[in-house]
Design a protein. Structure first.
Length: 446
């Protein structure tokens, strides 16, 4: 049972030393009770008290580590229903499905496609992370061989999927170095699957239909000493599966119902035969609240928009994506190259710099600190004005690098040109295009 803030407060040192970044022990206790901070932030908690507070300080949804070949991802660990309340922390893993009924050629093709699905966006590498290996025809040998092939030919996180504990054991042994996720534990096989997951120290997918059955199953498995569970509610219609995701998240967060305090898996791959509908269903579960979303086929035209959706959902709404202000060299500029300026909103930078790069024109691109605001917003907020741009030009060191005394400003900030010319005597201000996509043509005419 979770403790209240006052109950936690009684166990703290009560020195109000502020080392936890809270003004008082009471404030820290209240934040801890609502899952907004971690017990480790207070260095004065004894082991005895730590044990007592373990329950209260545990995140309402357990973060579960999932191993890729050379990286570790986390699912779960969320603390809010809506991202604007705080943020969502651990992005949904996007998974593709391989089954033992597929031919070798089909499997090879899907693994090759998985390996190619990598996209650069705002300086990040966006990609699916997981392959689900599913046993569908009782062939345990092929199941293990398929898992091994995935481990050998990709860096994917691996989820082994069968309700036969012996088959799962064989496949898990074959890829044990890759620390696969095991599945699927049901009421019928919970003892054997639980024992296997515990023995191998691996996360376990648990599946039961109906909230009571699900709570019974996770309670049984945690009673066996398992901690890293992933919940499959078993529903395979959009409406019911969506409802399950919301119910599980709310029950885990609000009354802190521990049996549902685990990340979830959603399976659009088993909800429809229509690939586009499946992608739309996946989009629903990325928004609410799938820890893992499994697609029957990973294709660029469906995966890319899902990756972008995920990027947006899991970007902290309180912290704009920014890049470091400074001088960025594009296409090897020299002293006579042109100078342009824009804001440090990451999306603006990557789009604008991409257009300059594509134009092949050597450019000094000045990035001004606007606290991550875009051109129009920062201009409206007074953070991208004649005065601030001039100050940046004077301080950033461009005058030592470039002999040019012409600066291109974004078309949306045309209103600052007069002020900027006043603030930068000897400089000519040229108003660039409003849309980044018009930059190459603009540069040609220039
Ligand atoms: Fe209290 Fe510990 Fe925070 Fe100090 S660090 S104020 S003792 S909770």
């Amino acid at each position: 049972m979770a403790l209240t803030g006052i109950e936690i407060f009684k166990l703290l040192a009560k020195t109000n030393c502020k080392e936890c970044d809270f003004p008082t022990c009471l404030a820290f206790a209240m934040a801890l009770a609502s899952g907004k901070t971690e017990l480790d932030k207070c260095p004065y908690v004894s082991d005895e008290v730590r044990e007592k507070l373990a329950e209260a300080s545990a995140p309402p949804i357990r973060p579960v580590k999932i191993a890729m070949k050379e990286a570790v991802k986390t699912v779960g660990g969320e603390t809010v229903m809506f991202r604007h309340e705080k943020t969502f922390f651990n992005p949904t893993l996007i998974a593709g499905l391989l089954t033992t009924a597929m031919s070798d050629a089909e499997v090879d093709g899907k693994i090759a496609t998985f390996n190619k699905l990598q996209f650069e966006r705002v300086g990040l590498n966006l990609r699916p992370e997981m392959l689900v290996v599913k046993e569908v025809n009782g062939d345990a040998g092929r199941f293990a061989a398929l898992a091994k092939k995935v481990a050998d030919q990709s860096d994917a996180a691996i989820l082994l999927c069968s309700e036969k504990p012996e088959a799962v054991k064989g496949a898990a042994e074959a890829v044990k170095d890759r620390k696969p996720v095991l599945g699927v534990a049901t009421a019928a096989n919970a003892d054997a699957m639980g024992a296997l997951a515990k023995e191998m120290g691996l996360p376990l997918v648990t599946k039961a239909e109906g909230y009571d059955a699900l709570a019974d199953l996770t309670t049984k498995l945690t009673g066996m000493g398992l901690k890293d569970l992933i919940i499959d509610s078993g529903s395979r219609t959009l409406k019911q599966a969506f409802q399950d995701q919301v119910v599980l998240r709310r029950a885990a967060l609000v009354p802190k119902f521990r049996p549902f305090g685990f990340p979830t898996i959603a399976c659009p791959c088993e909800m429809t035969d229509d690939p586009l509908k499946e992608a739309l269903y996946a989009a629903v579960f990325i928004a609410k609240y799938g820890g893992i979303v499994v697609l029957s086929d990973l294709q660029p035209h469906t995966v890319f928009p899902l990756l972008l959706e995920r990027l947006n959902i899991y970007t902290d709404p309180q912290r704009p994506m920014i890049i470091t202000p400074g001088i960025y060299e594009i296409n090897n500029p020299g002293p006579d190259s042109i100078v342009a300026v824009t804001t440090n909103f990451a999306l603006t930078y990557f789009i604008v710099s991409g257009e300059f790069e594509g134009s092949k024109v050597p450019t000094w691109l000045l990035i001004q600190d606007t606290e991550g605001l875009s051109v129009m917003t920062s201009w409206a907020a007074g953070k991208f004005s004649g005065e601030t741009v001039a100050m940046h030009v004077k301080k950033c060191g461009i005058m030592d690098k470039a002999k040019t005394r012409t600066i291109i400003i974004p078309g949306y900030a045309a209103g600052i040109s007069g002020d900027l010319e006043e603030e930068l005597p000897g400089w000519k201000v040229v108003i660039g295009p409003r849309e980044a996509s018009h930059i190459p043509v603009f540069l040609k005419k220039l």
